[in-house]
Design a protein around this ligand. Structure first.
Ligand code: NAP
Length: 287
């Protein structure tokens, strides 16, 4: 399958960052997209409809709605997400993924792409990674033809957790020691890469691929912000305590700092997606 199929490609999470980027990339390649949405009347759903995306109303706890949404599709992209970092919500994330896999089995979906998280398979102990690992395992056992993409930290996090300007200087503060290089990917590239798999123009040996577009320490990230803004910039590492009672977030930043954490082969990812963004490219695009 090297051209866009005439049957739709279903996307779960199309009103969000990852699914939205998948839809952008699929539409740019001429594919017909069906977004599985819980609220077709929402502004974000309606914005998709205006771009000729078909909307299917689904409810995650209504298996018939999910299977109907997947009827006749050529392929299916899904991600999962907890409603909040609380442990009960993280447990629900696994149930969300299981419901989507079950629906794909019921609908005999020919091919599935699941966006999990980098390191899910490496016993991270991070609750919202382990919840995705359980979805991966369930998908693997389902027998569905599938590719699991494992994105590292999103560059897009810096749109909300970026630097502040203090006395004419940019100051970037994260709860991560400065010498630790952190792998990053643009949500846009999760879309580009997923589209390549959904349309059959890319393959992952073994059915899984950890995906990143850059790797930077805190000071290197601050410097990139400074260069973009034309301002001096510095990084300040914060203690984990700034995450308060967010045990999940603390576990993740501890995993970043104390282990080899994300391990994507960026050159291999760029071979699949030659326009892969590094952090300065993301900054330029986002202004
Ligand atoms: N940020 C990072 O650095 C990073 C890195 C790797 C992995 N991740 C993972 O990425 C996930 C978040 O992805 P994202 O940023 O694309 O999320 P997002 O922008 O918050 O979007 C979430 C999407 O899921 C939909 N959704 C959520 N719950 C639903 C439900 N019960 N029924 C139907 N639709 C539902 C939302 O629909 P509505 O519009 O109706 O709300 C929205 O389309 C998390 O699991 C996170 O762990 C994040």
């Amino acid at each position: 399958m090297n051209t866009a199929p005439s049957d739709p490609i279903a996307v779960f999470g199309g009103t969000g960052q990852q699914g939205g980027a998948v839809i952008d990339a699929l539409l740019a390649r001429g594919a017909h997209v069906r977004a599985l949405v819980r609220n077709p009347e929402s502004e974000r759903s309606q914005a998709l409809a205006e771009r000729e995306v078909e909307l299917a109303r689904i409810a995650i706890d209504d298996p018939a709605s999910l299977a109907a949404g997947l009827q006749g599709v050529a392929a299916f992209f899904f991600m999962t997400t907890p409603e909040s970092p609380s442990l009960p919500h993280i447990e629900e994330e696994t149930q969300q993924g299981i419901a989507l896999v079950d629906a794909a089995v019921t609908a005999s979906t020919p091919y599935v792409v699941f966006s999990s998280v980098g390191g899910a398979e490496r016993d991270s102990g991070v609750p919202h990674f382990e919840s995705k690992r359980r979805v991966e395992e369930y998908l693997e056992k389902s027998g569905l033809p599938a590719t699991i993409l494992r994105p590292v930290a999103f560059m897009d996090n810096f749109a909300v957790m970026g630097p502040t300007v203090e006395n004419g200087e940019l100051v970037l503060r994260w709860p991560l020691p400065d010498h630790i290089p952190l792998q990053l990917i643009a949500a846009r590239d999760i879309g580009q890469l997923s589209a390549a798999f959904l349309l059959g123009t890319a393959e992952a040996p073994g059915g899984t691929l950890e995906i990143a577009g850059d790797e930077r320490t805190g000071s290197q990230l601050a410097a990139a912000f400074g260069e973009q803004a034309g301002l001096p910039a510095r990084y300040e590492a914060l203690p984990l305590e700034v995450l308060g009672d967010n045990e999940d977030g603390q576990a993740m930043f501890r995993w970043f700092a104390e282990t080899s954490a994300y391990q994507a082969d960026i050159d291999a990812v760029r071979a699949i997606e030659p326009t892969l963004w590094d952090f300065p490219a993301w900054l330029r695009a986002r202004g």
